[in-house]
Design a protein around this ligand. Structure first.
Ligand code: GDP
Length: 344
């Protein structure tokens, strides 16, 4: 990456230049320490222009029809004057080498549109790193004027928790498959859903989809322990015929209106920021432990001693933590003029 000037990059992003947006996202996805520092400077400049979008998480098992749905819904929303950013959180990309959500050809219409920006899941690294990159990319996209941000994820568990922590509304794309008890959707994911749609409700499957929607409506009543709690609407939709897409989008907007009427969006986002604060701080400390030269030097010996029963895990952990603490001043050198460490 060419040496970048954060001011120039921020101006380009705000002007909506696709080249600058691409570079900004590549920057926030990088974990190189010098890139992290630049990314911080960039995000500081963009923050005031961010936050203005409708943020929607979209989950569903592979094959549920997420990308086809996002493509169809996105085109519709562009027709209404919106600008759509599509981001993804798919930590499996680091294991398999190919991300399930990383294939750019999946959303052909949106990918070709000037009013949309489709970014595959950042690859490499653990969920925490992927989630951080996606969250920061969201700020870039909002500052660039995208007013709808769709964050796609694969419906397998942990990544949903991360995405729920960065969106206003969580949409679950389910499938009609009669008899298949909740079709392998994890209960935790059902509990996170604010809106559910039974997808591929077309042709011979339309009736089946309606039946599944009714079953899911009942299931949602059963899993909610609070009888007064809002229950997510369960709709049906087809990206092929377009039927139900407007209703799903309306349900997303209704959920926002519900949030507004119950304390507003800002407290929710503020809570997300607080959780994010701690998840970032913990992530940085964990990275510090992994990068600590003293920990690296000791690690194999301590592991062998524990395996050979010469050392207890308790003692080994104490040694590792002490080694890490000794490296802390090198890992986080004091910043110039830094007394208490708070730069706010
Ligand atoms: P994803 O893995 O969740 O992103 O699913 P895809 O969007 O790639 O869709 C998986 C398969 O379902 C593809 O073969 C699509 O053509 C098909 N599909 C997607 N949406 C619909 C739909 O609305 N109706 C029907 N009948 N098939 C669909």
């Amino acid at each position: 990456m060419r040496r970048m000037n954060p001011d120039e990059l921020a101006d380009g992003v705000r002007a909506g230049s696709r080249a600058h947006i691409a570079r900004a996202i590549t920057l926030v996805e990088s974990s190189r320490p010098d890139h992290r520092e630049l990314a911080k400077q960039l995000l500081r400049r963009l923050r005031a222009d961010a936050g203005g979008s409708v943020r929607v998480g979209i989950t569903g098992v592979p094959g549920a029809g997420k990308s086809t749905f996002i493509d169809a819904l996105g085109v519709k929303l562009i027709g209404q004057g919106h600008r759509i950013a599509v981001l993804a959180v798919d930590p499996s990309s680091s294991r398999t080498g190919g991300s399930i959500l990383g294939d750019r050809t999946r959303m052909a219409a949106l990918t070709a549109s000037d009013h949309a920006y489709v970014r595959p899941s950042p690859s490499g690294g653990h969920l925490g790193g992927v989630a951080r990159a996606t969250r920061e990319s969201m700020i870039v996209m909002e500052a660039a004027g995208f007013d709808v941000v769709l964050v796609e994820t694969v419906g397998v568990g942990q990544s949903e928790v991360a995405v729920a922590g960065m969106v206003d509304t969580f949409l679950l794309i389910a499938l009609a498959r009669a008899g298949d008890q909740l079709q392998g959707i994890k209960r935790g994911i059902l509990e996170m859903a604010d809106v559910i749609t039974v997808n591929k409700a077309d042709g011979e499957h339309e009736g089946e989809a309606r039946v599944t929607a009714r079953e899911l409506t009942i299931a949602m009543k059963l899993i909610s322990s609070d009888p007064d709690a809002r229950r997510p609407p369960v709709l049906t939709s087809s990206s092929y015929t377009g039927k139900g897409l407007d209703d799903v989008w309306q349900a997303v907007l209704d959920h926002r209106a519900y949030l507004e009427a119950n304390g507003g969006l800002e407290p929710r986002r503020a809570r997300q920021q607080l959780q994010w604060l701690w998840s970032l701080a913990e992530g940085e400390v964990l990275d510090g432990v992994r990068n600590s030269p003293r920990v690296r030097a000791l690690r194999a010996g301590i592991e062998a001693a524990i395996a050979g029963n010469e050392l207890s895990a308790l003692e080994g952990a104490d040694d590792l933590v002490r080694a890490f603490v000794a490296d802390v001043p090198t890992l986080w050198p004091p910043r110039p003029g830094d007394q208490a460490g708070f730069t706010g």
